[in-house]
Design a protein around this ligand. Structure first.
Ligand code: C2E
Ligand code: MG
Ligand code: MG
Length: 318
């Protein structure tokens, strides 16, 4: 395969990736082909143009992954998925402004797994769409219920969106449907996306985001400053708020670079008319410094941890 060949006067070069599996005594053909297939994908992952032999470690890894995936699917389709809410607070008067919905996986043994540990898997195996829809509708139902009981009229809730969800042209229609079913007014919902949301098909993402804004929901850039995006995107995106990543908060008050970055982002947000929230605030010193730097909205363990909706509801009545 290696030598280049000529197509209409242009040179082409082919590469091939192969996976090889060896039959043990009692193995059936299907299993053997599946193992060879896994080895072939491994060859591609390693850059292609090579041969990979399947081995015990690879088999164990694949088995573990498949089991993990099946368990997550059962959780998402059944009742193993929970939505926890983490408060967003006004720092100067410690008033609750709203909350962010964070997905949690309740394992059959009772253990609770945080989103950071399973969202990537959900994205890889296509479960993120079902998961996203469930988190969104559960969140909107809960908050709409609070509003109907007059428990907090200004409460705004944030829901994270995966970049994969932005590839769906029908996303805005789906979200409109969820809002309508729950009765939550659109302006009480803000969708969070990371800068990577725009990477693979910026034109489509911008179109989808435009139709989300047309619904009246807010749009926040999550983990601002940690991704690959440029300020050009910020100019083009129909954004309403920025979230300053914990990476820039954790060094406060001493780290001069963190202070400079936070101050600059707050100024940028102000001038562009966005609201700005600091993430991952863990100490009083960080909170004080944030206020000094002009950032009055914050989220973090200092203020409250992610918790079930019933626990958050108790805070509304305080
Ligand atoms: P994120 O949206 O930036 O959420 C903040 C993460 O920081 C959460 O982790 C939260 O539990 C954690 N956190 C909050 N306060 C503090 C603090 O003071 N200190 C520290 N060390 N951590 C804090 P979690 O829940 O594991 O979520 C991780 C990421 O997974 C989220 O980052 C978000 O990008 C994603 N995610 C969460 N829920 C969903 C969801 O429903 N759909 C999608 N697509 N992504 C989600
Ligand atoms: Mg978020
Ligand atoms: Mg974040």
């Amino acid at each position: 395969l290696e030598p280049p060949f000529d197509v209409g006067g242009r040179p082409f070069r082919l590469t091939a990736s192969a996976g090889v599996a060896h039959a043990a005594d009692s193995e059936d053909a299907e299993e053997l082909i599946r193992r060879a297939d896994v080895a072939m994908y491994r060859a591609k992952e390693q850059g292609g143009d090579r041969i990979v032999m399947d081995d015990e470690a690879m088999r164990d890894e694949v088995t573990a992954r498949l089991r993990h995936e099946a368990e997550l699917r059962t959780a998402v389709e059944g009742d193993g998925l929970e939505v926890h809410l983490q408060g967003e607070w006004s720092l100067p008067d410690r008033r609750l402004l709203g909350a962010e919905a964070l997905a949690r996986w309740r394992r059959p043994d009772g253990d609770l797994v945080a989103a950071g540990s399973f969202i990537p898997l959900a994205e890889e195996c296509g479960l993120i769409h079902a998961l996203g829809t469930r988190v969104l509708s559960e969140t909107c139902d809960v908050v709409a219920g609070w509003m109907a009981q007059d428990r907090h009229d200004g409460f705004s809730v944030r829901v994270n969106l995966s970049p994969l969800q932005l590839r769906q042209d029908e996303l805005a229609d789906q979200i409109a449907g969820v809002l309508e079913t729950s009765g939550l007014p659109a302006e009480h919902l803000c969708l969070e996306l990371t800068e990577s949301a725009l990477l693979d098909d910026p034109e489509r993402a911008l179109r989808v985001l435009g139709s989300l804004r047309d619904l009246g929901v807010g749009l926040a850039v999550d983990d601002f400053g940690t991704g690959y995006s440029s300020l050009l995107y910020l100019k083009r995106l129909p954004v309403t708020s920025l979230k300053i990543d914990r990476a820039f908060v954790s060094g406060l008050p001493d780290d001069a670079a963190d202070r400079a970055i936070v101050a600059a982002v707050v100024r940028l947000a102000d001038e562009m008319g966005f609201d700005v929230t600091a993430e991952g605030v863990e100490t009083e010193e960080q909170a004080t410094t944030l206020v000094e730097l002009g950032c009055v909205r914050a989220q973090g363990y200092l203020l409250s941890r992610p918790e079930p909706a019933d626990d958050m509801a108790v805070r509304l009545d305080r």
